[in-house]
Design a protein around this ligand. Structure first.
Ligand code: FO1
Ligand code: CA
Length: 307
């Protein structure tokens, strides 16, 4: 989006339900991935964490036999978590802390804003089979499921602890109410977009925006373009299929949040079922082979909904 429209005022709302506290540090993986990527400091190949990273601190933790060393905290990335944790401990809300962190990356660009979905703590837990546990299942933090267990156990249920009491962070509802365009990224429908829409008030705020709302499928030809969404979609009863995800978000003409749903050219046959669900289907090449390719499909989708 940034490279598609360098002149636009952009507010990015990030998921915080993946956040975790490890080694006493508050870690916000989705906010950090967005911040590093938008700020030019992220490792694009790895998809998370800092460029030119080293891993000495986590090696020390392993040598001490510390818990949770399956989570790769790079030395440079640790600086972010130390600073964030100290500001949170001083009483600042996460939205304020995020603004302070981002000031380092794009102080020169006041047109770009990164907001957490909420200042209130929400944590995603995944129920997995465990024959030894009461009821034959146990609950693990999303990061443990994703990183330590590689999303291998069947996800029996996904719970968002604290979501009912979470309030949208300052600025999020206002950004939606005053937007010219709302884009729903090709991100994980269960553990990225799902929690944002589940913050009380945000589903309604997206439904009420005067702007067109365009969603991009992260499922291409029955598989996620990136990540392991296919391991989690069954837990919410949604097929691993581009049209099914579009229907899951739903049309604003019904009780959903989207006006248009962009499918990959390889999924063009599903356009009819998307249209039947009240969504305007758009078809493009959604393979994110380069930042230019991504900017291209964003621009073409925007031109079509604005036409
Ligand atoms: N993902 C991994 O697969 N392995 C890791 O060790 C890991 C560490 C990590 C540290 C900081 C951070 O911001 C993200 C990190 N991620 C890691 C990515 C993260 O677990 C997930 O990809 C996201 O939460 C899913 O959106
Ligand atoms: Ca996520």
């Amino acid at each position: 989006m940034r490279s598609a429209y360098p002149e636009a005022q952009i507010t990015v709302v990030g998921n915080t339900a993946d956040d975790v506290t490890l080694h006493g540090l508050r870690i916000c993986p989705d906010l950090d991935t967005l911040m590093y990527t938008l700020g030019g400091g992220g490792d694009a190949e790895r998809g998370w964490g800092r460029l030119d990273e080293s891993w000495r601190a986590v090696e020390e933790l392993r040598a001490y036999g510390a818990d949770a060393t399956w989570f790769g905290l790079g030395d440079r990335d640790l600086g972010t978590h130390l600073f964030r944790t100290s500001l949170l401990a001083a009483g600042l809300p996460l939205s304020e802390v995020t603004a302070r962190l981002c000031a380092r990356w794009w102080a020169h660009d006041p047109a770009l804003r990164l907001l957490p979905m909420s200042d209130d703590r929400v944590e995603t837990h995944v129920d997995i089979p465990d024959p030894g546990a009461p009821g034959g299942r146990r609950s693990v933090h999303f990061q443990e499921y994703w990183v330590r267990l590689h999303a291998e156990p069947e996800a029996l249920a996904v719970t968002r602890v604290g979501i009912e009491d979470a309030r949208p962070a300052p600025g999020v509802e206002d950004a939606l109410a005053t937007a010219d365009l709302v884009l729903v990224g090709p991100s994980n429908p269960v553990v990225s977009i799902g929690p944002i829409l589940a913050v009380p008030g945000l589903h309604d705020a997206v439904r009420a925006t005067p702007a067109p709302v365009v969603g991009f499928s992260g499922i291409l030809h029955g598989a996620p373009v990136l990540g392991m969404a296919h391991r989690l979609l069954p837990a919410i009863g949604v097929a691993v299929d581009a049209a099914a995800v579009g229907r899951h978000y739903g049309a604003r003409s019904g009780d959903g949040v989207l006006d248009a749903w962009v499918l990959d050219a390889g999924d063009a046959a599903a356009a009819a079922s998307v249209e039947e669900a009240g969504l305007r289907p758009l078809v493009d090449d959604l393979v994110m082979s380069s930042p230019e390719a991504t900017a291209g499909f964003v621009r073409r989708a925007v031109e079509q909904v604005a036409a």
